[in-house]
Ligand binder design. Structure first.
Ligand SMILES: [Zn+2]
Length: 385
């Protein structure tokens, strides 16, 4: 992995997907270059020097300029146990931080908010479901944690977990894809980036699919596409609404055109669900980009997002360069997209369960008796518009 960095920089400008994929597995917000603001960069505590080379020159400049007020947030690398007081950050590390490899949560006791730059005690952030206590920024949530957060306790039943990706193209960029896969699998203990299964939200049975940014940037390859399609079919069979949570860098470029084909496949699957009387909701979370935004995430019956989520196709820098214009404030953030009609609703994390349950109820009319199917609305006047 040490050699990963240099080559990635070259292609950077061309392809958003690529970057994220480019092995930034442990997703947290900063991992997507797409959204990352330069400021956030320096914040990340705790980084391993191994990714040092990755610095994109532009970022480096920016962060150099930006030179934030805080000096004390970063935390001793391996020193988990050590002090409570965040030590002084060394100079000259700015550019590498953003590209460095991260765990699902930075290892230190402290981290800096990507949005308000405030220093947050990590435990406090976790207690608040990874929402910044100061500004309400919604950090990326690892897949398993999301499932736990959204479903009624003990209702999760994972399906299709045995599907695993193949390196059909024998793809190599900075290293063989199969090696990257292997590392991701052993690190996360899961076979690919999507969790799929059944469960219940406030007693409403659903099919749930959750993209995990921690697995190769939540990128969509054959397995993710297949599991989305299988989830749609499961939702049809079991007559349950389908709820999808996305956080992704886009299509998995290591699988080439096979990953791009998943865009069509997943859209067709969602459409199939619709034609069979099903109901689908996607909740886009920070960050949702590339081929995922451009396919199933945007075509479900309802498209929700968490506040402040970065949602886009190409990264802002690519767009600004192409258009040769300055981008408007708040560009590619959920609030901006809501205003432009791309989203139906922005829902704070704390209200997601209630909101989803309410939406299911609107969809099916009056609350059904036990044993009655969610979709068997024939006897009742439909409430949908
Ligand atoms: Zn904040």
């Amino acid at each position: 992995m040490a050699n990963v960095e240099k080559s990635s920089v070259a292609d950077d400008k061309e392809n958003t997907d690529e970057k994220v994929l480019d092995e930034r597995p442990a997703g947290d917000e900063t991992a997507t270059e797409a959204g990352a603001r330069a400021e956030s960069v320096e914040s990340l505590p705790e980084e391993k020097p191994e990714r040092a080379g990755a610095g994109d020159p532009k970022t480096a400049n920016k962060s150099g300029k930006a030179k934030p007020a805080k000096k004390k947030e970063s935390k001793p690398e391996k020193a988990g146990a050590s002090g409570e007081t965040p030590p002084v950050r060394r100079e000259g590390r700015l550019s590498r931080l953003r590209f460095s490899k991260k765990k699902d949560m930075p290892g230190g006791l402290w981290l800096k908010c990507e949005s308000c730059a405030g220093v947050i005690f990590r435990k406090e952030l976790e207690e608040k479901n990874r929402v910044c206590p100061a500004c309400g920024f919604h950090f990326t949530v690892p897949g398993r944690e999301r499932i736990q957060m959204i479903l009624d306790e003990g209702t999760w039943d994972e399906r299709f977990a045995e599907l695993e990706s193949l390196d059909r193209l024998k793809f190599e960029d900075t290293g063989p894809y199969c090696d990257k896969l292997e590392r991701a699998v052993s690190r996360t203990g899961q076979k690919d980036a999507l969790f799929s299964g059944t469960g219940a939200i406030l007693d409403r049975p659903i099919v749930l699919a959750v993209l995990d940014f921690g697995f190769l940037g939540g990128s969509m390859g054959e397995v993710v596409g297949e599991k989305i399609a299988l989830s749609c079919e499961l939702a049809i069979r079991e007559k349950r609404p389908l709820v999808i949570f996305t956080s992704s860098g886009g299509a998995r470029m290591h699988e080439g055109v096979l990953s791009l084909m998943q865009m069509a496949k997943t859209c067709a699957a969602v459409q199939g669900l619709r034609e069979n009387g099903g109901f689908s909701v996607c909740v886009m979370t920070h960050p949702t980009t590339g081929g995922v935004t451009a396919s199933f995430a945007s075509v479900t019956d309802l498209v929700l997002a968490e506040p402040g989520a970065l949602i886009g196709f190409a990264g802002p820098r690519v767009i600004a360069t192409t258009l040769k214009q300055e981008l408007p404030a708040g560009f590619q953030r959920a609030e901006f997209l809501l205003e432009k009609g791309m989203l139906d609703m922005i829902v704070p994390r704390s209200e997601l369960r209630e909101t989803l349950a309410r939406l299911f109820d609107y969809r099916k009319g009056p609350r059904l008796a036990e044993g009655e199917s969610v979709l068997s609305t024939k006897k009742r006047p439909s409430t949908e518009g």
